[in-house]
Design a protein around this ligand. Structure first.
Ligand code: UD1
Length: 337
């Protein structure tokens, strides 16, 4: 069974490729290397004993994608390849609509033409905005997007739903990730952002290693127990395993409808200060930080209700916050070497 993984050398993609290989799938990766490096292939080989196929490719190129589909037989696609910086999307929205929407449209067009029936899509809890009621179920209303990035996730879901409705044989599953953190237990793969990190964990770790001076905690006047914003952090390996289950569901023709969507979170909310404390405690390292103003566009609190994923996919998050913190730090220390 051969699965095409777009963005398979990125953070979530590489962890998923490892889990797919370990579950017995044959994997072909495409990646444009815009936010990662080809060396990740060797690390996947070190972990799994298998080097997946790889094509450097930009999904915006219809002809390159067409050539790829002509040369391979895929049973399914997992589509990670996308740009994901909220701030950048506000300053250059067209980049986000091109990368995230054009890429997806080209991909589905090729799937349709070549009879590839299944796609799993990286969506985000960003589609819920700030929900009125917590925890968030799949019935929680979608809110208008706060950013072009968020909008590309919403539109991506619309494209899947409409395509699965219109084109017989195209089955799609959108996975709405909460906040993925942590790294593989081997410390051979993990998140390696280029430039100044936007997200909490990579920034926190660069402060812990001394690369950056201080972590800004964006706001302490939220309506939360300690005033800092609350998120549902999920171990990237748990998330990766959910993708394997989603692919198996498609191959076993277990989808209830041609388009499905699931929340993937741990089900628990932690504040920014709780994350810092937990990191410091498990790793025995201090994180220099100060409270600053809120970040524009941030929501106050969100966490998932996982009931539907548990019932339908038989999936729940297994790894603890301590596992997330220690694995992330082990990876960061290896990166420094
Ligand atoms: C953000 C995006 C989300 C996207 C995800 C992946 C927003 C509003 N949401 O999630 O749509 O899917 O990134 O790129 O931008 N924090 C600090 N200091 C920092 C960095 C973050 O205090 O230096 C806080 C944030 O205010 C937030 C929490 O840490 O409360 C997590 O932030 P982050 O890791 O950036 O993720 P999200 O903002 O939840």
């Amino acid at each position: 069974m051969s699965i095409l993984v777009t963005g398979g050398l990125g953070y979530i993609g590489s962890h998923t490729v490892v889990e797919l290989i370990q579950a017995g799938f044959s994997v072909h990766i495409v990646d444009d290397l815009s936010n990662t490096e080809e060396g990740v292939l060797d690390r996947i080989l070190q972990i799994t004993g298998t080097k997946p196929g790889f094509t450097r490719l930009d999904l915006k190129s219809e002809s390159d994608l067409e050539r790829l589909f002509e040369g391979h037989v895929f049973e399914g696609v997992i589509h990670f390849a996308a740009s994901k910086s909220v701030g950048e999307s506000a300053t250059d929205p067209l980049l986000y609509y091109q990368n995230n929407i054009l890429g997806l449209v080209n991909l589905i067009a090729c799937m349709k033409k070549h009879g590839v029936p299944n796609i799993v899509f990286s969506s985000s809890c960003t589609v819920y905005g700030q929900p009125d009621v917590l925890p968030v179920t799949e019935q929680t209303p979608i809110k208008p997007a706060e950013s072009p990035y968020g909008n590309t996730k919403k539109i991506g879901e619309d494209i899947l739903r409409d395509s699965s409705r219109a084109y017989e044989g195209i089955h799609s599953i959108a996975l709405r990730y909460f906040n993925p953190i942590g790294a593989h237990s081997s410390a051979l793969i993990g998140e390696k952002p280029k430039g100044v990190p936007n997200n909490l964990m990579p920034y926190l770790m660069q402060v812990a290693t001394g690369v950056r001076e201080k972590l800004s905690v964006f706001g302490d006047d939220y309506d939360t127990p300690d005033g800092t914003a609350v998120r549902d952090y999920i171990h990237v390996v748990d998330l990766a395993k959910a993708h394997v289950i989603a692919v198996q569901r498609q191959l076993n023709k277990k989808q209830k409808t041609a388009y499905e969507y699931f929340n993937l979170g741990s089900g628990s909310g932690y504040s920014v200060l709780e994350i810092i404390q937990s990191f410091e405690k498990i790793n025995g390292v201090k994180v220099n930080h100060e409270i600053t103003a809120r970040r524009a566009g941030d929501i106050e609190k969100i966490y998932a209700d996982n009931t539907y994923a548990t019932e339908e996919l038989g999936w729940t998050a297994q790894l603890s916050l301590d596992d997330m913190m220690s694995s992330a730090w082990n990876w960061q220390l290896k990166l420094k070497d």
